[in-house]
Design a protein around this ligand. Structure first.
Ligand code: SD4
Length: 332
């Protein structure tokens, strides 16, 4: 796996101690919240859960947890998962009454022989494990939904209608209209996070409210192991964000990890994923996918289909909001 890299290739960034890699610039404040525990020797698993819980609690982040945007009928549903290895993962989807899908996913991993619970059963499981029931639709999200209804966008919205996420100001408000990006028409996002702890253990998690104004019942890539997230201590870890349907068509996160298992650097692995997506004949200008990747030896990288994606790398030197090295379709 650690094939010596070609000296003419650009040097890849590499983590040399505890490390967190999160999607979108709003990951900065979430990483900052989880960092002290990780830096003190805490586990990668605790760190990725904490990053997601932080975002799920923040009503200004309009794509995750409380504050996320609802489905076509104005109802919230949340998805999330957590993974340590092919033997150890947990996932929930279509959660309607509990704010922290990643915590529930971890409970599934730790307390059941299963990988994934869905819908009412997942909510009941959460309740049985002491998770607090609550309203998930924030006042801001309810307001945004009313406005969307008023504007009379098509009622049976497909994945191609909405607002493309654009990371412009670190607020976490990826779907805000404004400036010239308001012309974009597609929308989804998620917090995805990968971590290495001081013991060299890797973990990943992701949490999302899915696609705003989605058809009720729609589930994207985020909670599905191998699609939105994959972690294999023998290969690496990857987490995707963006148009879930595009990621699901190629098992995007599994593909990135499999590439790294065969010796690819993270940059090469994410490029392979994005090239396959970019080669589709039905791509819409509004589609976006981004993927971040981490190898067990600390090498990491990120890429996006189009401009507008940022991510956060946190280590002992601080929290760095970065643009991906790879943008498959620049200028689009
Ligand atoms: C999805 N990819 O549901 C997920 C979440 C999301 O950007 O919207 N991510 O399609």
């Amino acid at each position: 796996m650690n094939t010596p890299s070609d000296p003419h290739k650009p040097v890849e960034p590499v983590a040399r101690g505890p490390f967190l890699l999160s999607t979108w610039s709003f990951g900065e404040r979430a990483n900052a919240a989880a960092w002290p525990g990780l830096a003190r020797g805490g586990s990668a698993l605790d760190a990725v859960e904490e990053v997601c819980v932080f975002c799920e609690d923040d009503p200004d982040i309009d794509s995750v947890g409380f504050g996320g945007l609802p489905d076509r009928d104005g109802r919230m549903s949340l998805d999330g998962c957590v993974m340590l290895s092919p033997e150890k993962s947990g996932s929930v989807c279509a959660i309607r009454r509990h704010r922290h899908p990643v915590t529930i996913a971890r409970l599934v991993m730790d307390h059941t022989p299963h990988v994934m619970l869905a819908g009412e059963g997942a909510d009941e499981f959460a309740q049985a494990h002491g998770q607090q029931q609550e309203e998930l639709l924030s006042p801001g999200a309810a307001e945004a939904w009313k406005k969307w209804k008023q504007d009379r966008l098509p009622a049976d919205q497909s994945r191609d209608q909405g607002v493309r996420p654009f990371d412009r100001d670190s607020t976490g408000n990826l779907f805000a209209a404004g400036d010239d990006e308001s012309r974009w028409n597609n929308n989804h996002d998620t917090i995805g996070v990968l971590s290495l702890d001081e013991h060299g253990l890797m973990a990943g998690a992701c949490s999302t409210s899915g696609m705003p104004w989605k058809v009720p019942g729609r589930v994207g890539d985020s909670p599905i192991i191998g699609h939105g997230l994959y972690v294999d201590p023998q290969g690496g870890a990857a987490v995707a964000t963006g148009t879930g349907e595009l990621v699901m068509a190629i098992c995007g996160s599994f593909l990135a990890v499999e590439e790294m298992r065969r010796g690819a650097m993270p940059r090469e692995a994410v490029t392979e994923v994005l090239e396959r997506i970019a080669a589709r004949s039905d791509l819409e200008p509004t589609h976006q996918v981004a993927i971040i990747a981490l190898r067990p030896d600390g090498h990491w990288g990120a890429g996006a289909l189009r401009p507008g994606f940022r991510f956060v790398a946190s280590d002992a030197t601080g929290h760095h909001v970065l643009q991906p090295e790879v943008v498959q379709l620049p200028g689009t």
